[in-house]
Design a protein around this ligand. Structure first.
Ligand code: ANZ
Ligand code: ZN
Length: 876
């Protein structure tokens, strides 16, 4: 007798159908895993992600919810274009082939998807909707075009988003990123910054970590904008500061290399800065090294009779605030390092409360003596780093003696009085640049006409479809090189005009796919969205904690503004699953080895260096192919392993022993049920027919496990009763674990339940075994659906197990059977005792008196009163 997982798995995969019932009147539950990029092969991370989602979806279905659990493909993007270039294959062909392969692999895992709703973002049927959104965004002032500096990847020949630049290099190509100025399309996400920030609080079921990351990304700062006069240039320099109170400590000003004023400065005869120097500074932008160059120009201090040198500095970012700062080295670490490097004065203006020592760096202190009071200086010490904390103001004229907060207020008032500054709220978040100079993306539906300017493609002409006959060898943007595609008649004047050849950032597609899944036709359908949105459980990697989630939240707001629907927050519960990790191996020559290669070498006694446990990655070869595991042990084993020992949100380590263990458990469970089958079969069929008749609705419709027609169970006593109680307790706890997505804990519970059932005496415990097995088969189904379905059939269950309701533990079996009783003597509490619930009165009295032995004289007891299960009062 052996469990033939191969044929069983295949059988049920062909049989299952999980189409959502959109006309159902049951409560909905929308379970979604972040959709994959069709790279061609699933990896362990996918398997873990989808297994987690599938357990939740299957569990919710059993609880009576109308579950929407769809899957699709995030199908646009650069790899398809690279493959096209390298292998001379059309990106669409490449993508569709990959999708075909990955669909097969997903099906072999037994995931309960509604395959009818499958979508691929590269289909014109999908992207035509986003071209319409774009036009609507344009109408509502959410999309706009502006000239802007962009990160240019010279190898991939494309614009990169800031977060695609890692250490100054392109995330994919690794090439040093350059700065270029281009006309680009943007979405006004900044209009929604306050709301996106404010609503984070309401996302109670999101990990704190993710919310903090989003909060930092939005980066709200309160401060001031201050205008400085530029000496010799009839212009003002605007700066943004969060430390306006430190203005008296300013010893220089600095601007970003892209700052427009650089052009004016270069015209000046006193200017000292060259283009090469500016380029050099630009390249150092993302590095820790702070370099700069004095422009030869100074600015006037707003309150002191002195000039501050104006620098161009690498650490001043054009994208933030005003792209300009005043530097106060004593109280800002970046300024401190910069000042130390370029020999600029360091003037302390905040003295920590904790010391009467005023930190001063050598004798460099420079201030206007008439305005600054120095009497507080009691001793002098060399300053080693910036002090950014609270304290009392000094060296600061009208601010002296104030604490930091008051000094901020006072300074703000003064700036406003003098009309040289004002209170400002600044966000780190900037508008979302969506133009990409790539082929394999959604065309932006815009036409440029010499006479009419920028003309939106009329709605009736949508979709603007990508050309298929493109050539990738020459680099750059292939659509732009296409001989005819961009030539078009102007929709306004009819003269020849040109199409926009940029395509949309692929984050555009992933910002609304969850809404498209709600409707039958991949569009945004208000009624369908109202039925299924928001996503109740969204599961995916932490790498999407910022951009994808923020863009999706923004998109919902933008779509609301355009009248598409009413859902502001797309994801109720967010689960960010941890990574799958594996030991790493190298051979004698320090070349990475696959685990299989390492094993073989070790078997041959060859030298293998065993390295750290790290995230599975192709580059380190520490990967295990899920297909191989499924092939060898079956999908249920693969699923069970990635769900077993680690909470979903934690990193897990791959272990061959662990997989073997899961496989053994599956075979053991199968054998156990097969052996007990002759006992279980009759009663199980009673259970199943009862489930069917209950007309299940919503979660409270779960059938009580004990209402299974197994009347004899009501009379079991002694050891058998203990088993029943334990089984029901485990069921209760396991259900609770699933409610809180503690999937690994749930696994532990059903494994314990399996061991318990195996212990029960088959002669006397028939009915308890029967009930136990029925419960067990039902609760393992979300985890090991194939095995569970098979066992369900074997014990005579009717229909598909995955459609059966979730069992409900019998409350009466859960109750604790001991109670704590207060023992009083003459009405005063003296001790407590634990006794069996409903202990007969006489026994209770005896135990209570016994508990006081040595403390009271038993002969003197005059009376004993009891309140059942609560109090015993001894009167002496
Ligand atoms: C003067 C100052 C003195 C500052 C001091 C800090 C401490 P957060 O809090 O992140 O908003 N800053 C402003 N614009 C900048 C830019 N474009 N590039 C780089 N740095 C910039 O940071 C605000 C602070 O960052 C501002 O406050 C400014 O330096 C700097 F003792 O102004 B502060
Ligand atoms: Zn025209």
């Amino acid at each position: 007798m052996k469990y033939d997982f191969k044929s069983v798995e295949k059988f049920y995969q062909e049989k299952w159908n999980f189409s959502v019932d959109k006309n159902s009147n049951q409560e909905k539950c929308y379970v979604l895993e972040m959709f994959p990029y069709p790279s061609g092969k699933i990896h362990m991370g996918h398997l873990r992600n989808y297994a987690i989602g599938d357990v939740i979806a299957r569990y919710k279905r059993a609880c009576g919810f109308d579950v929407l659990h769809p899957i699709g493909w995030d199908a646009f993007g650069l790899p398809a274009e690279n493959a096209a270039r390298d292998n001379n294959i059309n990106p669409e062909t490449w993508t569709k082939e990959n999708i075909g392969n990955m669909r097969m692999q997903l099906k072999s895992i037994g995931l309960s998807y509604d395959w009818d709703r499958e979508l691929a973002t590269c289909d014109p049927d999908y992207y035509k909707h986003e071209q319409k959104f774009f036009l609507d965004f344009l109408k509502h002032g959410i999309a706009y075009r502006k000239e802007s500096w962009v990160n240019w990847d010279p190898v991939d020949e494309t614009v990169l988003a800031n977060e695609q630049v890692v250490d100054g290099k392109g995330w994919r190509s690794g090439a040093i990123v350059e700065k270029r100025k281009l006309s680009q399309w943007f979405l006004k996400i900044t209009d929604f910054a306050e709301d996106l920030l404010g609503c984070l609080k309401g996302l109670e079921n999101w990990p704190e970590k993710v919310k903090t990351m989003q909060e930092r990304w939005i980066g709200k700062s309160e401060g001031a904008t201050i205008e400085f006069d530029i000496v010799g240039l009839n212009k003002k320099l605007k700066i943004f500061t969060t430390y306006p109170h430190t203005l008296f400590g300013a010893s220089f000003c600095a601007i970003a290399p892209e700052h427009p004023i650089v052009q004016d400065i270069k015209q000046q005869s006193v200017a000292q800065v060259t283009d090469t120097e500016i380029q050099e500074i630009m390249l150092k932008k993302k590095s820790d090294e702070k370099i700069g160059v004095y422009t030869g120009i100074n600015v006037k201090h707003p309150f002191l009779d002195k000039e501050l040198p104006l620098y161009i500095a690498s650490f001043v970012l054009m994208e933030y605030g005003e792209g300009a700062i005043f530097g106060c080295p004593a109280h800002d670490q970046r300024d401190f390092e910069f000042a130390t490097k370029y020999g600029l004065p360091i003037i302390p203006v905040v003295s920590p409360f904790t010391s009467d020592v005023i930190p001063v760096r050598d004798a460099e202190i420079q201030y206007d003596g008439s305005q600054c009071q120095t009497t507080q200086v009691t001793s002098v010490e060399v300053l080693k780093e910036a002090y950014t904390g609270d304290g009392v103001m000094l060296n600061s004229g009208f601010l002296n003696g104030l604490v930091v907060n008051d000094a901020k207020e006072t300074m703000l008032k003064k700036l406003e009085e003098k009309r040289i500054g004002k209170k400002t709220i600044n966000y780190r978040l900037h508008d979302w640049g969506i133009s990409r100079q790539r082929y394999w993306g959604c065309p932006i539906p815009i036409i440029y006409c010499k006479d009419c300017g920028t003309v939106p493609v009329p709605e009736k002409d949508l979709p603007v479809v990508l050309p298929t006959d493109v050539e990738f060898k020459s680099g750059g943007n292939p659509i732009d090189h296409h001989p005819t595609w961009k030539l078009v008649d102007c929709p306004k004047c009819g003269k020849q005009a040109e199409r926009e050849t940029d395509t949309l950032d692929t984050f555009f597609e992933s910002s609304w796919y969850f809404a498209a899944f709600c409707s039958d036709n991949k569009s945004i359908d208000k009624a369908a969205c109202n039925r299924f949105m928001p996503v109740d459980y969204y599961i995916g990697g932490i790498e999407h904690a910022i951009l994808h989630l923020l863009y999706s939240r923004f998109f919902c707001r933008a779509l609301i503004k355009c009248g598409y629907f009413d859902i502001k927050e797309p994801f109720s519960t967010l689960i960010t699953q941890g990574m799958v990790c594996h030991e790493t191996y190298k051979d004698e020559n320090s070349k990475w080895l696959f685990p299989e290669e390492a094993k073989e070498l070790i078997a041959q006694d060859a030298k293998v260096q065993i390295g750290k446990v790290e995230k599975m990655s192709k580059s380190k070869k520490n990967t295990v192919d899920p297909n191989f595991i499924i092939e060898k042990y079956g999908a249920d084993t693969a699923r069970l392993f990635v769900l077993s020992d680690t909470p979903p949100e934690k990193d897990m380590e791959w272990s061959d022993d662990g997989v073997e263990g899961c496989s053994r458990y599956i075979h053991k469970l199968w054998r156990m049920v097969m052996q007990l089958k002759p006992i279980a079969i009759l009663e199980a069929s009673i259970l199943s027919s009862q489930c069917y008749d209950t007309g299940i609705q919503k979660k409270d419709a779960c059938i009580p496990a004990s209402r299974s027609g197994i009347t004899s169970n009501q009379n079991v006593t002694g050891k058998l009763l203990e088993y029943r109680k334990k089984i029901h307790k485990l069921l209760h706890e396991l259900t609770n674990d699933l409610e809180h997505c503690r999937l690994n804990c749930a696994v532990a519970k059903f494994r314990e339940m399996t061991n318990l059932i195996a212990e029960i005496d088959v002669e006397t415990g028939k009915s308890v075994i029967d009930e136990g097995i029925c419960i067990l088969i039902r609760v393992v189904e979300p985890f090991m659906p194939h095995l569970a379905e098979n066992l369900w059939q074997e014990v005579g269950g009717e229909g598909m197990l995955c459609m059966q309701p979730w069992p409900k533990a019998d409350e009466s079996l859960l109750a604790d059977d001991t109670v704590t009783i207060a023992v009083q003597v003459n009405g005063k509490l003296r001790t407590t005792i634990k006794v069996a619930m409903n202990l007969p009165q006489e026994e209770l009295k005896k135990t209570a008196i016994g508990s006081m032995s040595g403390k009271i004289d038993q002969d003197k007891v005059r009376a004993v009163y009891t309140v059942p299960n609560k109090i015993v009062n001894i009167v002496i």
